[in-house]
Design a protein around this ligand. Structure first.
Ligand SMILES: [Zn+2]
Length: 126
């Protein structure tokens, strides 16, 4: 039995633990999910939910006033954000990966995952 439970942990067959949360640390059902969202007690990777604010957040390619945005400006906006964030986070350790999710679903939109190799003086990040 224990072997069977271990083999299905975090998969679609697991009726207790949420497979989406297990794989990506987010689930479209959020707190209303019928399955458990188990947060790891320790991890080199953290999720920064909805951190990047796209200039065309409401409608892709259009600003909040309904005016079209030049795709190059959207790209420049993102690159400036990414460079600023990368520079700031580098103060806390070596960045192994920094990914920005381009998914438009509410639970994932503009979220970041960060994997950091802490510097020796690293104490607390959040
Ligand atoms: Zn879930």
């Amino acid at each position: 039995m224990a072997e069977h439970l271990a083999s299905i942990f975090g998969t679609e067959k697991d009726r207790v633990n949420c497979p989406f949360y297990f794989k990506i640390g987010a689930c479209r059902h959020g707190d209303r999910c019928s399955r458990l969202h188990t947060k790891p007690s320790i991890s080199p990777t953290i999720l920064l939910s909805n951190m990047y604010q796209r200039p065309d957040m409401i409608t892709p390619g259009v600003d909040a006033h309904g005016h079209p945005i030049d795709p190059r400006k959207i790209q420049d906006h993102f690159e400036e954000f990414y460079e600023d964030l990368f520079e700031e986070l580098s103060k806390y350790g070596e960045i192994e990966s920094l990914n920005v999710c381009d998914n438009l679903a509410d639970h994932m939109v503009c979220s970041l995952t960060l994997t950091l190799i802490p510097a020796p003086r690293f104490v607390h990040f959040c």
